[in-house]
Design a protein around this ligand. Structure first.
Ligand code: LLP
Length: 384
């Protein structure tokens, strides 16, 4: 991450709240993925952060994209991606996604058997497997459990592959993604082993998704993935990391608006659930970096501006007592920070800036109030 002095500089220049990214950190994370996974093909799960500058940076380094919405697909099309660079996934793909993805020649991940009828013969597909596994993460972040909505049940996979082949689809292989922010490499191993036991005939791809916690043992996960790939007789391993590639590159900068004592000690800051939803939504704890010297240490809750009691960026954190105007960096916010921000309370979204090769670059300007309400006003009708 960037030095405290640089973070302070960004807060001064661009104002707060502000998302800042360190480009070198993204390159570093990609380097670690490549070191662990060797020749695996990397498809960035762009939901983690779909800012064009980040997408372009990854693309220039040979990374493809996993897109899960019409908007994400529109972004990859805007970048000019070839079909070979794109995986289309999601449990509720729209007609638009089927059409656009097929026109591009993208690979589709089928999430249920009835999707076989929704793609044209000749389309390259992977079948997503639900390995029915409980994993070490927050309930909302688990996607491979028996009760989760994703993927095809293990017992239906062989039949599904057969159906897809009969329909003339090109079944390139299997896909599995067991959840996000997973701490234990063993969880991945158990999932991959279940896939490795399936008998699906000749396939060339095993896509093991993403989901790696920031401190995950990547080489452990990679070796288990390779074992499963070999057991299935596939030649290619595909991975779809989101968080791992961008989380540590980003911080949310916020300034202290006031201190107050109720039944708890609050530091009220100018960012909250609208800028970083993860603490409220998943009880996630993001490390804080005080960008001030401050007074004696205290234990505080960092609360945002929303009129919601759950609007906390951190709770029970020990910090030097700040003064009004002091800045705090909320770290590990590069993934699912800006991407999940909202305009609740008609709050304009913050700017995003990237530090690259010794200089700041504004990669998304701060929104203005009219950006938030523009779609409500009468517009000239557009012809289809
Ligand atoms: N592949 C598939 C099919 C996915 O559904 C996801 C994430 C990924 C790859 C990337 O997972 P990652 O490497 O980022 O863990 N909003 C949540 C995370 C939701 C992830 C959803 N799917 C959060 O803030 O923690």
């Amino acid at each position: 991450m960037l030095s405290p002095a640089l973070l302070q500089d960004a807060a001064e220049r661009f104002g707060t709240p502000l998302y800042v990214y360190d480009a070198a950190e993204i390159d570093g994370a990609l380097g670690r993925v490549r070191a662990a996974f060797g020749d695996a093909r990397v498809f960035y799960a762009m939901k983690a952060n779909s800012n064009f500058t980040i997408l372009e940076r990854l693309r220039a380094r040979g990374v493809g994209f996993e897109a899960v919405s019409p908007g994400e697909l529109a972004r990859v099309r805007h970048l000019g991606c070839a079909g070979s660079e794109v995986i289309v996934n999601g449990p509720a793909k729209t007609r638009e996604e089927y059409e656009l993805g097929q026109a591009m020649g993208a690979t589709f991940v089928l999430d249920r058997l009835s999707e076989v009828a929704l793609v044209a013969p000749g389309t390259a597909v992977l079948l997503r497997v639900n390995p029915a596994l409980d994993v070490s993460t927050h309930d909302h972040l688990a996607t491979g459990a028996a009760k989760s909505k994703f993927g095809v049940r293990l017992e239906d996979v062989e039949r599904g592959v057969k159906l897809a082949r009969e329909a003339g689809l090109v079944v390139r292989g299997l896909h599995v993604h067991i959840g996000s922010a997973i701490r234990e490499a063993a969880d991945f191993g158990m999932a991959f082993e279940k896939l490795a036991k399936l008998d699906v005939g000749t396939i060339d791809v095993l896509d093991v998704g993403g989901g790696w916690g920031l401190d995950a043992d990547l080489s452990g996960i990679a070796s288990k993935a390779r074992q499963a790939r070999d057991a299935l007789g596939a030649s290619e391993l595909w991975v779809e990391p989101g968080r791992y590639l961008v989380a540590r590159s980003g911080a949310l900068l916020t300034r202290v608006v006031g201190l107050k004592q109720t039944g708890r000690s609050f530091v009220i800051v100018d960012a909250g659930m609208t800028e970083l939803m993860r603490p409220m939504l998943y009880g996630a704890s993001h490390p804080l970096l005080a960008l001030y010297a401050g007074g004696t240490e205290g234990v505080f809750d960092l609360a945002g501006p929303a009129c919601e009691s759950g609007d906390l960026l951190a709770s029970n954190v020990t910090l030097p007592t700040p003064s009004v105007g002091d800045a705090v960096a909320v770290l590990e916010a590069g993934a699912y920070g800006a991407a999940m921000s909202s305009t609740y309370l008609s709050r304009s979204r913050p700017a995003e800036v990237m530090y690259d090769a010794g200089a700041w670059q504004v990669i998304r300007r701060r929104e203005r109030p009219e950006d938030v309400w523009r779609a409500e006003l009468a517009e000239a009708p557009t012809l289809a």
